[in-house]
Design a binder for this molecule. Structure first.
Ligand SMILES: [Zn+2]
Length: 361
């Protein structure tokens, strides 16, 4: 395994990776937190959300027009979640933790419980990437077999076909079911053992009520649209942002080229674990850089999640040089489509029971 190659001095590699990251900020006298690009993103996100919200409830239009504005508003939520909420929950936008904490509620504004997000994403994904039974991203209600270790079920035979449809349900599931399930019907050992503060239960119901209130109840009772119509467009719009959000998130880890360790001990240190289990994509894409919240530059995100994502592009170039020097493989797919293809083949390989998965073509 290249990540344990004796020729690599693992301690030196780790130190050099972090030195190259820290030197960038020292040399340029930059802060690790928001730069001008991030301030522009904050402005875009909040302006988009507020304007589309006002349009939704003030401009009278046809049903089709309302559907258009509703979709426009849902996409502001996707933009906020990917570009603002994720960073805020990692304390990376501002130096001041309280400001980040306030911004972390943007998740709740978009229907996702920020407290539970931190429990799942930070404690059960960031430091146990691709480990079956520990990484929450690999659970997916048992509908997918992401690792060889995962139990095979007959419907996994078609997982490379249905994944796109099910990723579309990811967003509505998160908003309407998953958060409640995590609080009341915990399905991982970590969640079962975790005692949540009473205040978090109150916030869960309060924020969910606000979200359902402004996305479903207000259009029905204030604008007098039929309940069926509003429910219909709610699910259609969530399906659209679910496909995009689910795909953007999933195409960095469960890929043919990545490793799926049995435990954290398989690597000499965490830096090797990240390089072995994570792939970037669309590194040079302007669209990805503006809309995907740095999730496409995922190696650096796992190495330093407390750095604001608008620094990732330049930091990725730096860590690539260190990896090259130490002959550690840095993995990246040139385009989003190429990454989706890798994800597809990974799912296809694991759609057969007890097969020997080949990780190269
Ligand atoms: Zn993260």
């Amino acid at each position: 395994m290249i990540y344990k190659n004796e020729q690599i001095n693992s301690k030196t590699f780790k130190e050099e990776v972090y030195k190259s990251i820290n030197d960038y900020f020292k040399e340029n006298h930059f802060s690790k937190h928001a730069n001008h690009q991030m301030y522009i993103k904050l402005l875009i996100g909040f302006t988009w959300w507020i304007l589309s919200f006002i349009l939704l409830f003030t401009v009278s239009t046809t049903k089709l027009g309302f559907f258009g504005v509703y979709t426009f508003h849902l996409f502001s939520q996707l933009f906020i979640m990917l570009n603002i909420s994720h960073d805020a929950n990692h304390n990376s936008i501002f130096k001041n933790k309280k400001l980040n904490h306030w911004l972390s509620y943007t998740f709740d504004l978009c229907g996702v419980n920020s407290y539970m997000w931190r429990e799942l994403h930070h404690a059960q994904h960031h430091y146990c990437i691709n480990i079956s039974g520990e990484d929450e991203n690999l659970v997916a209600r048992g509908l997918f077999r992401f690792t060889k270790k995962a139990k095979f079920k007959f419907f996994h035979k078609f997982q490379h076909i249905y994944f796109f449809i099910l990723y579309g349900l990811f967003s509505a599931d998160y908003v309407l079911a998953k958060d409640f399930e995590c609080f009341f019907l915990p399905y991982t050992i970590y969640l079962k053992e975790k005692k949540h503060p009473i205040m978090e239960y109150i916030k869960l119901f309060l924020f969910k009520f606000c979200y359902i209130g402004y996305m479903i109840l207000l259009p029905v009772f204030y604008l007098h649209y039929s309940f069926v119509f509003i429910i219909g467009i709610f699910f259609i719009c969530h399906f659209m942002i679910g496909i995009i959000g689910g795909t953007v998130i999933q195409i960095t880890h469960p890929l043919r080229a990545n490793e799926f360790p049995e435990s954290k001990k398989e690597y000499d240190n965490f830096v090797f674990h990240v390089f072995a289990t994570t792939s970037d994509y669309s590194e040079k894409s302007t669209i990805a850089n503006w809309f995907f919240g740095g999730l496409h530059l995922h190696v650096i995100h796992h190495l330093s999640p407390a750095i604001c994502h608008t620094h990732y592009a330049v930091l990725t170039e730096r860590i690539k040089l260190v990896a090259e020097k130490h002959k550690v493989q840095y993995k990246s797919n040139r385009t989003l489509f190429a990454a989706v293809k890798e994800h597809y083949y990974h799912l296809k390989n694991l759609s057969k029971n007890n097969i020997k998965v080949k990780y190269s073509e």
